[in-house]
Design a protein around this ligand. Structure first.
Ligand code: SAH
Ligand code: SF4
Length: 356
């Protein structure tokens, strides 16, 4: 029988287990701190635990969930991408972005993604499997260890890597709750951002989680007919429904929602779309983040020229909608938004229908 992966467990589960073994209550806290505060890589190093307990833990639990492999570094930007091999041989990518004092880890939640957005390299590889909570959190722990050697720490986590987090709701939320736990990694909810393509039931559920995450909604189009072409899965939930669910999130948490909008030259970057988006979002507790398209092999789109991005931005401002343009980081090492892909050639880009 395969051993339980200890990083998949919540604090309560771990505590119940240890109590069941007859251990005193403080043991759970000690063990939790080894896992989530000191980022231990073996049970042997947990020297303040009795050796019999360490042995039992090593027998019953698996601690390692991912092996770091190739690293790509953009020395000028300080962006770093790591390829992590999971125990079943699947591979995922995680990214560290250095931005002034911030050290942000961008994590993946699935191997591949079932949504299949036309402009996203991950979407083009198809869906392989969901990650477990430990596999999601391990990406953050990996960079926490890396940074510690230079006296630095992870300050932010963005769930914007491979996969759609709200289609792997339980594992993603378990990972974020574990990273949030005050006895361990202690990352504040406001330091975490979850980006979703707009899984409406997931957004509603998230509003009731009691974890004040920043929510980002990948909208990309102000009307259904255009959005359906870019986000195939978007057929299930219309633009209106997505925006209403985001409003619920904003109302429940008091947090402003970010709308991400990938600008694709000649596809969704016109003044018509800017106007429609402005009308849709004016007066809402919202903010737009424009992301000029990041190219990746096989993706049949182009980045709009800066003056078009600027015109789009100005039109939104005219509607009183707050807007920023995302400075893309990691483009040179293919670590930017939408560029993560580990099985090149697994599936053709497959984009043939012409877009308006
Ligand atoms: N599945 C989630 C989170 C991962 S994608 C989501 O879609 O929100 C993270 C962000 O990268 C999304 O806003 C997505 O639309 C954007 N993105 C995808 N492909 C891109 C590309 N080629 N260029 C720029 N941004 C891209
Ligand atoms: Fe999946 Fe997000 Fe890529 Fe769309 S943009 S395919 S939802 S990872």
């Amino acid at each position: 029988m395969s051993r339980v992966r200890i990083l998949d467990l919540s604090f309560q589960e771990l505590a119940a287990l240890l109590t069941g073994w007859g251990e005193p209550p403080y043991r759970a806290r000690q063990l939790w701190q080894w896992l989530w505060r000191k980022w231990a890589t073996s049970f042997q190093e947990m020297t303040d635990l009795p050796s019999a307990l360490r042995e039992r833990l090593a027998c019953e639990f698996q601690l390692e969930v991912a092996r770091p492999g190739a690293v790509q570094l953009d020395a000028e930007e300080g962006t770093e991408k790591v390829l992590l091999s999971l125990l079943d041989g699947e591979k995922i990518e995680a990214v560290l972005i250095r931005d002034e004092g911030r050290r942000t880890v961008c994590v993946s939640t699935q191997v591949g993604c079932p949504v299949g957005c036309r402009f996203c390299a991950t979407g083009q590889m198809g869906f392989v499997r969901n990650l477990t909570p430990g596999e999601i959190a391990a990406q953050v722990l990996h960079f926490a260890r890396r940074l510690a050697s230079g006296g630095e720490r992870v300050t932010h986590v963005v769930v914007m890597g491979m996969g759609e987090p709200l289609l792997n709701y339980q594992a993603t939320l378990r990972a974020l709750h574990n990273l949030h736990h005050p006895q361990g990694f202690a990352l504040g909810g406001r330091k975490m951002t979850l980006s979703t393509v707009g899984v409406v039931p997931g957004i509603r559920k998230l509003a009731r989680e009691g974890l004040p995450l920043n929510l980002a909604i990948s909208l990309h189009a102000p009307r259904d007919e255009l959005r359906r072409k870019l986000v195939p899965w978007g057929k299930q939930w219309g633009v209106r429904e997505v925006v209403e669910a985001a409003d619920e999130y904003a109302a429940a948490t008091g947090r402003r929602v970010t709308y991400e909008y990938v600008l694709l030259r000649g596809v969704n970057d016109g003044l018509r779309e800017a106007r429609e988006l402005g009308k849709l979002l004016r007066g809402r507790l919202a903010h737009v983040n424009l992301i000029p398209f990041n190219p990746a092999p096989g993706l049949p789109f182009h980045r709009p020229p800066p003056r078009r991005v600027e015109a789009f931005r100005e039109e939104l401002l005219r509607w009183g909608v707050d807007v920023t343009v995302r400075r893309s980081r990691g483009v040179r090492i293919r670590a930017a938004c939408g560029q993560l892909r580990t099985r090149v050639g697994a599936k053709d880009a497959g984009f043939s229908s012409r877009l308006p």
